[in-house]
Design a protein around this ligand. Sequence first.
Ligand SMILES: [Zn+2]
Length: 206
Amino acid sequence: MTYPDYEGDLAYLEQFRDDGDENVRLLEPLLAFRLSRAYRRSERLRGFLRIESAGRTRDAQQYLYDGWKDKRAGFNMAANPDRIIGSRGGFTFRGSWHMAQEDGFVYAVDLTHHGALSWDDAHDDLRASGLHTTVPGEPWHHQATTIKGPLPGPFPDGTTTEDEMTPELEEKLEGLATWVFNGTTMILKRLDELEQQLATTKGDDE
Ligand SMILES: [Zn+2]
């Protein structure tokens, strides 16, 4: 389902394509809405953030997959277009998030930053408009929707969902807590050792 300014937003986004051949026309409505909003609200995104990869048709995905499978020169790893990513409410996501799904839309965009803009700063501005990184180790990959539905952020009808504790976020925080705990335990142990060493040294002196 699109919204009244969808076509206008797609046209607006075209100027931010990195090479000019990125197919922003396939972006799903919420992704197009949130990405246009992020650009409109941030001068640094307009200046230094570009769309590197928006979407491809199922045929294009098949072509990339076949090329990679047959080890043809110049082909990188590409997902099998028939691979099932997951299902939600009778809708099955297949292949790649960058592949047009059964509704004709693509659910991910890869961004690239130039010049003075860091990923941290870019992520601040993107997150403020509901665009989230969803693949660990890929700071460029952004989605507005996952298998579980829309991620927190603004909607074309003017409503906004706040960041809430999702299972993924909980898992991340748990991971962080474990990391901090382990780190702290390690430091405390090291301090103990140093203290004992000092005590021993002191003892020697005396
Ligand atoms: Zn991606």
